[in-house]
Design a protein around this ligand. Structure first.
Ligand code: SF4
Length: 367
């Protein structure tokens, strides 16, 4: 994935797609997609299982960085979900994939492509998406140095749009959903809209599960109970980025380390009790924190979690992106690269149970 793609689209890993939510709608006729003919063809299920709603209400049939075209399939501000779902972009993508034609996919960027197999697509897809990804809500109590320079709070217009207009459409679209993923644009346990959305989803579908990415500050029992999702969390990914309180303070620009660690310990207990399926601890690697990477894996191991390392991307929302060359220690041109690449030989990074590395870090650890 090229860095300019991250600048434009962020780290959003969309997946997406379509399903005829409204059985009477004939936009999505059986003639349009013949799911019975694909047993022998490598078929990506993403367009049959997921939909992703991103900034400004744009709906993508798959990640903007995975597909060749960056054009959204539609927009929930202007269209009904079923119109988008059964529209040209979705149908065309599904049809091509069912013929084994991946010409719309950037298979070099898409990591899912490698895992696709010649499985039959279930007719269930007609009943609605199995997974809905929410990626339009930026409201967050933090302003991490890598992400943004100001705390972002939704305006009353945005809140009104999200609560009154998006929310009912999402509830309807989630009729067949098993998972709702809240991406890391904002903090879903702080954002008023995301909390409201999760509460309403649980009321409508008591078995629905959530995948949350959070800074962890509000990852406490009281908040989860108040939202009503204490029994509905499948995955928690907590962005910590440091093992030392002082480093945390510099990167996250707030002194929440002790609170977050207390909350993560509670999540570790929940994982042991089987209340959640996965606990991830996120770490964005750059000059300010790279020396703490080995200890971060040990921290994850002690908490029965997995450390997830990704390289810093130059997000334009924060001035730090102007210093990319200076802080990107994983770039061969950086003056700390030699030391960094030697550190990556530490065997701790090969503990696959507790450590997951983005590809360029993986290559250094395993070279
Ligand atoms: S192969 Fe990749 S790009 Fe193509 S539809 Fe599947 S997830 Fe999207």
């Amino acid at each position: 994935m090229k860095r300019r793609d991250f600048i434009k689209y962020g780290t959003i890993l969309a997946g997406a797609c379509g399903i005829c939510l409204f059985r009477k709608c004939n936009l999505f006729s059986p003639d349009a997609v013949d799911v019975n003919s694909v047993q022998e063809i490598k078929a990506c299920k993403i367009p049959f299982e997921r939909m992703e709603i991103l900034a400004g209400g744009d709906v993508f049939p798959c990640s903007a960085t995975f597909l060749n075209s960056k054009k959204p399939a539609g927009n929930i501000k202007k269209q009904d979900i079923q119109e988008i779902w059964n529209g040209k972009v979705y149908t065309q993508l599904r049809n091509k994939i069912l013929k084994g034609d991946y010409s719309l996919c950037n298979t070099g960027n898409c990591y899912i492509y490698d895992y696709c197999s010649p499985e039959k697509i279930s007719q269930d897809y007609k009943n609605g998406p199995k997974e809905i990804t929410i990626g339009y809500d930026d409201e967050c109590n933090y302003r991490c140095i890598t992400c943004r320079d100001n705390v972002i709070i939704n305006t009353s217009e945005q809140l009104n749009l999200y609560d009154k207009f998006y929310l009912p459409k999402i509830i309807k679209a989630a009729e067949n959903a098993e998972i709702v993923t809240l991406l890391c644009n904002g903090d879903p346990l702080f954002s008023r809209h995301s909390k409201h959305l999760m509460s309403e989803l649980v009321k409508a579908y008591p078995n629905i599960k959530f995948r949350l990415t959070t800074n962890g500050f509000h990852l406490d029992e009281k908040t989860l109970n108040k939202i009503g999702i204490q029994n509905n969390i499948q995955v928690v990914s907590v962005s910590i980025n440091a093992t030392k309180r002082e480093t945390y303070k510099k990167i996250m620009r707030t002194d929440g380390f002790d609170i977050v660690m207390k909350n993560v310990e509670m999540m570790s207990d929940w994982f042991k009790q089987g209340k959640i399926a996965f606990l991830n601890l996120n770490f964005v690697v750059h000059l300010m924190n790279y020396k703490e990477m080995p200890d971060f894996v040990k921290l994850a191991k002690n908490l029965n979690a997995k450390a997830i390392f990704t390289t810093y991307k130059p997000w334009v929302g924060a001035k730090l992106h102007k210093k990319y060359n200076e802080i990107a220690v994983f770039e061969p041109t950086n003056k700390h690269y030699k030391e960094f690449s030697e550190m990556m030989k530490n065997p701790v990074f090969k503990d696959a149970e507790h450590c997951k590395l983005e590809s360029e870090l993986y290559n250094l650890a395993y070279s």
